[in-house]
Design a binder for this molecule. Structure first.
Ligand code: FO1
Length: 315
């Protein structure tokens, strides 16, 4: 089966990892949000690309889900001593990724090519594609004004109240090479349990991606369980945007793009409402969507493919 997964952040990385470890494994392409990318110390940092890659390579930091396992923090501690910016923690091994990526970007290579080369070195089988080679930084509109994404997310700890989002330059951006072909050839599109507002919407906003997906079988996994986000500010964002956070809100968020949604068994009471809604009723599977262990990732990924297969066979 040809599968394309849309991912950003830790939840997306975990499910992408589960999909890649299935046996038999699908032919997998992971399209990753780069709206979180930013520059620090002159380095180009791509947190979601790195989180996805480190997880696929089995070398992620288990406590946080981002950054490298067995990390050392010598450079970070020295920067702290010098009074430099320490709000964004960059480990020594992780720094090597940013240094080499920045060097290659500086000599004119596209992010997609650099990512593909890194993936080869790290022994990653799936194709990992940044949503675009063009910069599309996410700006968060808040009660404290417009903030660059990492300033909102890490420096201010998602404290400001959100009023909207702007994906800067998105209208002129192009999907990275290989994205439209991968979608075209896909039997199933999986929207991973990533933050709909700031991990998935930036991908969908790149011209050509959403319309290509509309032709396809698309399943999402809700990142909201029992009204709370497994990780990060998704539920807080829904609330601040005047929407009660729930798996139903996630289903509505993706509106006519979806064919089905997987929600957590804690949200069983929402199944009927999503299945029977007047506009665009969806197929729903209720299961344990919380990925605590690597085995959970693979089990959930298997259930996602079974769900897709079931819909393919019904048509
Ligand atoms: N998230 C934090 O909350 N604090 C950090 O210091 C931090 C450092 C960091 C370094 C490298 C990296 O790839 C990711 C890092 N993240 C950090 C996570 C990241 O900024 C966010 O989780 C994503 O951008 C949201 O998906």
């Amino acid at each position: 089966m040809n599968v394309v997964a849309l991912a950003g952040g830790v939840g997306g990385a975990k499910l992408a990892d589960g999909l890649s470890r299935l046996n038999p494994s699908p032919t997998l392409t992971v399209i990753v949000n780069t709206g979180d990318d930013f520059n620090l110390f002159g380095l180009h940092i791509s947190p979601d690309l790195d989180t996805v890659c480190y997880n696929l390579a089995g070398m992620e930091q288990p406590d946080t889900g981002w950054g490298r396992a067995d990390e050392r923090w010598d450079a970070y501690k020295e920067i702290q001593k010098l009074g430099g910016p320490d709000w964004f923690r960059l480990g020594d091994r992780d720094l090597a990724t940013h240094l080499e990526r920045t060097r290659r970007l500086g000599s004119g290579e596209p992010l997609s090519k650099i990512t593909a080369d890194f993936c080869r070195v790290w022994g990653i089988d799936p194709a990992v594609l940044p949503m675009s080679d063009d910069p599309v930084p996410t700006m968060v509109l808040t009660d404290q004004g417009e903030l660059a994404f990492q300033d909102y997310f890490v420096k201010l700890g998602c404290e400001p109240a959100v009023t909207g989002f702007r994906f800067q330059g998105v209208e002129k951006s192009r999907p990275a090479p290989g994205i439209l072909q991968a979608i075209e050839g896909a039997d199933l599109i999986v929207i991973c349990p990533s933050n709909p507002w700031v991990s998935v919407d930036p991908i969908l906003a790149v011209p050509g991606i959403r319309s290509a997906l509309e032709e396809k079988l698309v399943l999402a996994i809700s990142p909201i369980i029992a009204g709370k986000a497994v990780k990060g500010p998704a539920a807080k964002m829904y609330q601040e945007m005047g929407i009660s956070p729930s798996a139903s809100a996630v289903a509505k968020h993706y509106s006519n793009l979806l064919d089905g949604i997987m929600i957590d068994k804690q949200d069983e009471k929402l199944v009927k409402g999503i299945k029977d809604r007047e506009t665009h009723p969806l197929k729903v599977i209720c299961t344990d969507t919380w990925m605590k262990t690597r085995e959970d990732r693979v089990r959930l990924a298997g259930e996602v493919l079974d769900f897709g297969q079931q819909i393919i066979e019904e048509v």
